[in-house]
Each structure stands twice: as C-alpha cells, then as structure tokens.
Design a binder for this molecule. Structure first.
Ligand code: PRX
Length: 646
C-alpha cells in the first residue's frame, strides 16, 4: 500500500476545532515573537490564588535558570479538582477499568475531590509537610491519581516510580530524593497475574533510612509482610480523617514532582517539574492537540509511572475538566480485542497509545478490531517512539476506519508536555511525522559543528527558547542538568534526539543520538544495563546497544565478556537475563546476549559502540572507519559470532 504524503484536516474537525487552520501560523509566530504576552494570556486558563506579574525570567545561557510566572501563587490539585466542583461536580472525572474486564468504576469530580482531600489529610497526619518527598509505587489504579493530587494539595513533592521497576530501582529512587513516605499496594494485577509490589517495597524500604511510613492500598487482598509502626493500611487511614483539606498556596516555581528518567550515564536523573508552567503546558496541549471538547471520554494507555501518564492521564486532562480513563490491564488480556472492547464499553472518543502496543495488536490480525464497533472514536494518538508508517496506516485505516484524526506527539520527560505534535483541526498530518511545533516551541536542527540548519535538513534536535513546561533542574544536581542539556550546543536545550525537517516544515524524529535506547517506548540508558551486568560476579565487561526490533522498536543487544574462569552456556545466559530483571526490572531484559572474548576499543580503551551497533543491526558492510581500533581482529570474531550463531 502506498500512503498519500499528507492526510489533510478533515472538514468536520476543522469546522469545530479550538485552533483552526487560519489561526496556527499567526498564533505560532506570536508565541515566538512575544512569549511573555502569549503565555500571559494562556495563563488565564489556570486559577490563581495570587496572580503573577512576571511571566518569564532567565534563559538557557549560563546556568540555565528559567522561571515562569515566578511570583504567582496557585495549587495544582485545586486547579484539577476544586475549581470544577461548581460547574461539573457530578461529571465523571476518572473511569477505572480493571485488569479483569468485569471490574470498572466511575468517579465524579466531587468524589475524586473527597478522596484526594482525605489522602492529603492522611499524609499530614503522618507528618508529611510542604516540600517533603513522597514516593508512589502503585499499579494503575485510582489511588495512583489520588496520591499524586494529594501530594500536590499539601505541597509535598511526588516521585512516582513505575510499578514494573525492581526493588533495587525503587530503592535508588527513594534514596536519591530522600523520600519520607511511600505509597504502594499489596499487589498489582496485570494480565491476570499478581505483581508483588509490597514485597518489592519492603526490600527497598529496608535500605532507606529516610522512609518513615509505608501506606498500603489493599488491591488484591494478597498476603503481605507487615512492619508495625511503619506500615499503614490505606483504607483504615482514609476512614479516620476529614473529607476536607484546604489546598496549600504554592509558588509557581515550587516543585510539583520529581520523575526519574534514564540518561547516558548510569544514574537515573530526577527531573524536577514545577507547578504553574508545567500545569499550564499540559493543560493547553491536551486541549489543543487532541482538540478536547467538554464531555468527551479520553483514554491514554500509558502508565502513570512515565511522563505521559503524569501529563496526559492526570494533570492535563483534569486541569481541563475532562473525563480520563485509567486502565490497569494489558492489550492482550483476556484477549487481543481488549483495547477496542474498552473503547466500546466506555464510549471512548480520544484514544492515545504507543506504537509498540499498536504493532503488538496489529500482528494478531484485523478480526480482533473488526468485531468491535469503535463508533465513538474521534481522535487517535501515538507517543513514545517514532511510529512506522505501516503501524500508522493500520491505526488510521483499521482502528479509525479512516475517519479519525491521528496525533503523533513528540515530547520527553524533560519537556513536560507536547513539543511537536499536530493540532488536528489546523493542519494535515504525514504518517511517521510528529508534524509541527506547538506554540512557544522553537525547534532548531543543528549540525555537528553546532550550526543551526535552515529549511529542509537533518541533525541534532534542539529547542532554542524556554517553554513553560520544561524541567527546571535535576534533583540535587543542577550542574548535571546544565552539562546534560545545555553544554553540547550552548544557548540551546539539546533533546538527545535526531530529526529531519522537510520542505513543508514537518519534523521527523529519527531516534536517540546518545547512549539511550527506546525499548517499547521505554527509555533506558545503556550504561544502566551495563552497570547492572558488570555487577554480576561472573561478568568481566558488558556493552549494551539497541538494534532494530519488529515489535519493540529497539531491542536490547548485549555483548558480554566473562571472567576468565567462566564458560558460556545457555544457562548462564538465562541467569544474566534474570539478574538484569531483578536489578532494574523486566523492561530492561536483554533480547540477545552475545559472548565476546573481547570488545572493540580505541587505543585509549574506549569501547567503539558505533561498531557494536552496526554488528547488532547486521550492518557489518558499513562499519565505517575502524583504523583507530587497538586490535582489529576483534571485529571479525564479533561478526562471526553475531547472535552466537557461529
Ligand atoms: O526519543 C524520543 C522518544 O522518546 C524519548 C523521550 O522518552 P521519555 O522521556 O521516556 O518520554 C516518553 C514519552 C514522551 C524522546 O527523546 N519519543 C517520544 N515520543 C516520540 C518519540 N520519538 C518519536 N516520535 C514520538 N512521537
């Protein structure tokens, strides 16, 4: 099938859109030329306890201190709940769809408000105060959203850790931010299986002296160990407290949350997002990109443990008074039509997922989709990795029956909200392109010399001026923030991604250009996986690269040099996979482990990953310059033993 280059805006979408074709260029130009004026007007979408007078301070030069609406005062939880009570108190705010298709629940804004107030009071009762860090390690249940908003309500800084991370990863993240309080569940449920969250939390907590309490949601009723004096049952605590809690007045630049993400070095970075700029950015982008209309049912399938879940399940949608669906399960349980039957069950209008999920259900065949109706769908969204045109077209033609707009949205943990994404009523889309920048976002494509390119070009993707939702720092390490994002191309934020811009001004993200890999839309640092492997007593050295993988986008390819007294075996390979799962989590499971007697290194001992990437991708004909290698025989060995198929 050959796809048309451009799918124009559908007339019915154009007529009703918040942002129309005629508006985009004018508003976009204005947002760049007069950011303070533009964002001052946009900020009217939030409720302020005390209005701001200053819109933007600072910039990317020097130590990259940026402040938005700095003297304004507001509360994020009040913006997501309280201000809707008068107009839509009885409207459904959250729909919970359980792992088991027989379990679902709808919660109105009034009810959500009460739950959040109670939980905020529970936190206070146990000594959590403004500025304290609270780690949240929960499955995809309503309590995850309540927990985030309860922290926001009292000014505590939440740090959500993905429930699929291991106890070690959880421990590192609690230690880094010195959290005093942990919220978890007895067990999670995914695809009919139980996930022992409390057991992981216990192992982590034992090594975290800063933790005073662990609050446990009863999800499955499974048996758990209990530490008297430390552990608290959620339901018991919630019953003891008042259903009212005044929101804490927060400075616009007070931290709202920390979210850890992988970088090129071993240690995950705690990205710090602040209150007003983040909330405004997520609210406006959620409304404009999906063209969200009052009363629509919106479903984002991400986990709240990632930025997509923070921004586009919780904060953006609730700030807009939307109905947002929280899904506990997986696309293939109880069968491969789960996504589509949930859409029919709750009459979902906007469905937002990841290319890896689309590819996974696509390969099961169209019949799983076609046996459902999906008449409610209006917009389909994609995020997390470049979407291949084949998956895009299947999403458009089969899932959306050719009548839904497709929004491929590019952003990052660091950017807070959408940066490059279509405004579905304003301009057409091209399969595989995240399209054009959102208001206030000035992308710059830069070559190796740091020169900004003009017109159609390819290079490193940078952003040339501050935007409200950007992370302000790395928790506890501002120097690393400056070094990571602002040193490669001084004066610009470097995204770590490569991109092309075509002659129509559309952007095509080509993937990471650093040592980060993107596995099923999950971002992993190769250095993190290497460090985990090298901690294994039988491993001398490990090098990890990404390679093209049909389903996951990128797979994890590992080269392992064993200690001299070790012999490679399938059993050892299984042991190493298990080890990485325990050290980091199942998402970091190696797909391939190749035994390597040696690794290609420069004379100064640096591993030449470029060569390892080529061999893993089976592109050994284009290895490039190998003249700087200390020992060029290493390469022929590695090629001969690729995937251990010698
Ligand atoms: O490489 C880009 C890819 O995901 C990275 C950001 O990962 P993370 O911070 O975990 O956030 C994921 C969800 C926003 C980016 O640097 N990425 C994200 N969205 C897209 C994408 N690549 C191509 N197209 C996208 N739409």
């Amino acid at each position: 099938m050959t796809a048309p280059d451009l799918f124009p805006v559908r007339p019915e979408a154009a007529a009703a859109a918040w942002i129309k074709a005629a508006d985009y260029s004018r508003l976009y130009q204005r947002s760049l030329a007069d950011p303070a004026g533009f964002w001052r007007e946009q900020a009217g979408r939030l409720d302020w306890i005390k209005p701001f007078t200053s819109v933007i301070e600072g910039g990317f030069a020097g130590d990259a201190q940026v402040r938005w609406f700095a003297d304004g005062v507001l509360n994020a939880s009040a913006n997501c709940l309280d201000r809707h009570l008068a107009t839509r108190g009885d409207q459904v705010a959250l729909i919970f769809e359980g792992d088991d298709p027989g379990e679902s629940q709808s919660v109105t804004y009034k009810q959500a408000h009460e739950q959040v107030c109670r939980l905020a009071n529970v936190l206070k009762a146990h000594g959590v105060r403004k500025g304290d860090r609270v780690t949240i390690y929960l499955p995809m249940i309503l309590e995850a959203a309540y927990a985030m908003l309860a922290c926001a309500r009292i000014g505590a800084v939440h740090s959500v850790v993905f429930g699929g991370f291991s106890s070690d990863s959880l421990k590192d993240r609690i230690l880094d931010c010195q959290a005093s309080f942990l919220i978890t569940a007895d067990e999670g449920l995914r695809g009919g299986r139980r996930v022992p969250l409390k057991a992981s939390a216990d192992r982590a907590a034992a090594a975290c002296p800063s933790l005073k309490n662990v609050l446990v949601v009863r999800r499955t009723g499974g048996k758990v160990d209990w530490v008297e004096g430390r552990d608290l049952w959620y339901d018991e605590e919630m019953a003891k407290v008042s259903p009212l809690c005044e929101p804490e007045p927060m400075g616009a630049e007070d931290p709202l949350f920390i979210l850890y993400t992988s970088g090129s070095t071993g240690k995950p970075k705690g990205m710090v997002h602040t209150t007003a700029g983040y909330l405004l950015h997520t609210a406006v982008t959620h409304r404009d990109v999906f063209d969200y209309k009052d009363g629509e049912i919106y479903w984002c399938t991400a986990d709240v443990g990632w930025i997509t879940g923070h921004s586009y399940i919780v904060y953006g949608p609730l700030a807009n008074g939307a109905t947002t669906l929280i899904f506990e399960g997986v696309p293939y349980y109880p069968d491969c039509s789960r996504f589509w039957s949930v859409i029919d069950k709750h009459k979902v209008n906007i469905f937002y997922t990841a290319p890896t999920a689309i590819r996974a259900v696509m390969r099961e065949g169209d019949s799983w989709v076609k046996k459902t109706c999906r008449a409610s769908l209006r917009v389909l969204g994609s995020v997390g990795e470049p979407i291949n045109p084949e998956a895009w077209l299947w999403f458009h033609d089969v899932v959306g029956e050719g009548r839904c707009a497709i929004a491929d949205t590019w952003f990052q943990t660091e950017t807070g909200g959408f940066m490059i994404a279509p405004l579905i009523g304003a301009f057409g889309v091209k399969p595989g392109s995240a399209t054009k920048p959102y208001f206030g976002v000035r992308p710059a494509i830069v070559d190796h010399q740091g020169q900004e390119q003009q017109g159609a070009c390819e290079g490193a993707l940078c952003i040339a001026q501050p935007w409200p939702g950007m992370a302000r720092t790395i928790y506890g390490d501002h120097a690393r923030f400056v070094q990571t994002y602002f040193s490669a191309f001084p004066g610009k934020y470097f995204t770590g991604d490569g991109a092309q811009r075509d002659a129509d001004g559309y952007y095509w993200i080509t993937g990471r250009v650093d040592d980060v890999i993107n596995v099923s839309g999950h971002r992993l640092g190769t250095a993190e996986i290497e460090a985990a492997l090298e901690a294994h007593p039988k491993v001398a050295e490990a090098a990890v690269v990404g390679y093209p993988h049909d389903l996951k986008g990128q797979g994890i390819y590992v080269y392992v040099t064993l200690n001299a007294d070790q012999t490679p075996s399938d059993e050892l390979r299984r042991e190493l996979v298990k080890w990485v799962r325990q050290e980091i989590g199942p998402i970091a499971s190696p797909d391939e482990i190749q035994w390597a007697t040696d690794l290609p290194k420069t004379r100064s001992g640096k591993i030449m990953r470029r060569i390892l990437r080529k061999i893993a991708a089976n592109e050994q004909d284009s290895l490039g310059d190998t003249s700087t290698l200390a020992d060029s025989n290493v390469i022929s060995d590695l090629i001969a033993n690729r995937m251990n198929q010698a």
